[in-house]
Design a protein around this ligand. Structure first.
Ligand code: CTP
Ligand code: MN
Ligand code: MN
Length: 299
């Protein structure tokens, strides 16, 4: 319900509980876990004592509909609430009376497919398909699947593939993304193109929908990465998002700046943290180099 902070604090609590290696049996024990606040500890105890959480039962049907609207690709919580307030209760209502973007229409039409988690071996197959097409353009391209797949998840929300090329022979992957998209589209593999950023740059990005011949529609993200930035890209496109936030915050505390291109020092910031200068690059080639420069142990 647009409550980003609460989502974040619940996710922190969930990972704190996952890391706690023995069953939690009391309020005292719950509140001692780092990342668990007093209110969360109270809820944990309620679940221990009653096997249930009263608040969840009071989530209304309206909340469910708003959540469903907000889960559509290209629709955020604000639009979802606006639709509900206007009296829409189903996708038919929305399709009939709202002026939608092309992506929102696609998001609604393929909603059921896109809501389904992707089993790990299907992510492997899709990655192999894309890699095969990429290698037909240039056999020296390297494709690495990041996101939840690289974190070892048994199933994923989408497929995130980074593509780079060792440029030491003087050739780069410039222009590859456009060719790749065309090949994948002609194969009938790529069914929808949602977003393409800075198309012809070495850092071009693509978001779309793909489908294996025997499969259903799946979200696909492609990230082109300059070879020297691969460590920074692996770090930021593997995530998860909370890990990225904490690494970026750590960099900031050390007067550095971390993004998908690298780790920078001597970044001058003005009022409200607005950056004045890009700073000096200190790490970007490998993940280990990034961790070392931030003083975080690499395992
Ligand atoms: N990411 C990013 N910039 C984007 C898109 C994604 O930096 N434009 C990062 C996210 O912060 C995340 C990683 O790339 O660390 C993968 O993003 P995403 O696919 O949204 O999430 P996953 O962690 O892969 O989870 P899921 O299984 O739901 O896809
Ligand atoms: Mn992902
Ligand atoms: Mn993604």
């Amino acid at each position: 319900m647009k409550d980003e902070w609460r989502i974040l604090s619940y996710r922190k609590a969930i990972s704190a509980i996952k890391k706690h290696m023995k069953p939690i049996t009391s309020y005292e024990e719950a509140k001692k876990i780092p990342g668990i606040g007093l209110r969360t500890a109270e809820k944990i105890v309620e679940i221990i004592d009653t096997g249930n959480l009263k608040r969840i039962n009071s989530i209304s049907e309206g909340d469910d509909i708003i959540k469903k609207f907000g889960d559509v690709y290209g629709v955020g919580p604000t639009i979802a609430m606006k639709w509900y307030a206007k009296g829409h209760r189903t996708f038919e209502d929305v399709l009939k009376s709202e002026k939608l973007t092309r992506n929102q229409i696609t998001g609604i039409l393929y909603f059921d497919d896109l809501q389904k988690r992707i089993p790990r071996d299907e992510v492997t197959k899709i990655s192999e398909w894309v890699t095969c097409a990429a290698l037909s353009i240039d056999p020296k391209l390297e494709c690495i699947t990041g996101g939840s797949y690289r974190r070892g998840s048994p199933d994923c929300g989408d497929i995130d593939i980074m593509i780079t090329r060792n440029d030491s022979d003087g050739t780069t992957h410039l222009g590859v993304l456009t060719k790749l998209i065309e090949i994948l589209r002609n194969q009938g593999f790529l069914t929808h193109e949602l977003v393409q950023h800075n198309g012809e740059s070495l850092s071009a990005k693509f978001m779309g929908i793909c489908k294996l011949p025997e499969g259903i529609h799946r979200r696909l993200d492609l990230f082109m990465v300059p070879y020297n930035e691969m460590g920074a890209a692996l770090l930021s496109y593997t995530g998860n998002d909370i890990f990225n936030r904490s690494m970026r915050l750590l960099a900031r505390k050390k007067k550095m700046c971390l993004n998908q291109h690298g780790l920078f020092t001597n970044v001058s910031r003005g009022y409200g943290g607005v950056k004045y200068s890009k700073g000096t690059i200190i790490a970007q080639r490998t993940e280990k180099e990034m961790f070392d420069a931030l003083g975080v142990p690499w395992r």
